[in-house]
Design a binder for this molecule. Structure first.
Ligand code: CO
Length: 272
């Protein structure tokens, strides 16, 4: 069942999405070689509680952490752990909150230092594909128009692997609502979208094979060939003419840019 949101509800959902954006920004500021994902996850939990919200992933179907932190060949649902991040790693941080009963759920993939040309392109293309999908999230279109746009910009254009087993979704008072939003599909297929539909659109794109498997822990999803994978996610409200992106990458990108300066040769020689 698809649940449409009214104007007031959309504004509340924007607050939830923006709290996730702010939390991702704080996480971005911590990223550097030597830090562990568990340290970041602890900060994420504290930051969310400090803002009168609850980390929604914690205990969701038994999920044991505040956030999902997925490094390199981990596609999504990575457990934060005590391994030090190192230069060249790529790190997806996925955060959910419940604020005033409404869910925010979004994600960003960062590089630690310089990941190299091949990975930089994978990251850029995946982020671009998210925006290509969002362009199609307008009233009157169908969900398959979003799916098709993402697949075109990743699989068709670059030969990347588009994960089939995991999909985007509606979001609202529940973390996962109808409809499902696959990152592959046919133009003009799927449910028709109406104003007030809020979607979490989340391309999960692999450098190599699209095939993935889930580890013994029941959560960690990895690529079968152990090549890296990238994940970006926005919360988006369907509107007439142009989608309304509820989450905001601007503060996250500002923190990312500041980090890039930290990784300059100067920083490497003088500070580290
Ligand atoms: Co999601």
């Amino acid at each position: 069942m698809i649940i449409l949101k009214n104007k007031e509800e959309i504004e509340l959902m924007r607050q939830s999405a923006l709290l996730v954006s702010k939390t991702l920004c704080e996480a971005a500021k911590m990223l550097r070689p030597g830090i562990t994902s568990l340290t970041i996850d602890k900060m994420i939990g504290e930051f969310i509680y400090d803002h009168k919200a609850v980390p929604s992933f914690l205990n969701y179907r038994g999920y044991p952490f505040n956030s999902c932190i997925s490094v390199n060949d981990v596609v999504v649902h990575g457990f934060p752990n005590n391994d030090a991040l190192k230069e060249g790693d790529i790190v997806s941080i996925d955060i959910g909150v419940i604020l005033n009963e409404w869910h925010g759920d979004h994600a960003y993939t960062f590089a630690i230092g310089d990941p190299g040309e091949e990975l930089a392109q994978l990251i850029r293309a995946t982020k671009e594909s998210l925006y290509k999908g969002i362009e199609k999230a307008v009233a009157g279109n169908r969900v398959g128009d979003i799916s098709f746009a993402i697949q075109e910009h990743t699989e068709k254009k670059y030969g990347y692997g588009v994960v089939r087993e995991l999909v985007g979704h509606g979001v609202g008072k529940s973390l996962h609502e109808d409809p499902q939003v696959p990152n592959y599909g046919k133009r003009g297929s799927g449910p028709k979208m109406r104003e007030g539909l809020v979607l979490a659109i989340e391309p999960m794109i692999n450098l190599g094979t699209r095939k993935v498997y889930t580890e013994e822990d029941g959560w960690t999803v990895r690529t079968e060939d152990h090549k890296p994978s990238v994940h970006f996610e926005h919360d988006v409200c369907v509107k007439k003419g142009k989608a309304d992106i509820l989450s905001n990458y601007a503060p996250i990108e500002a923190a990312e840019k500041a980090n890039a300066n930290l990784f300059s040769d100067y920083y490497r020689q003088v500070v580290l």
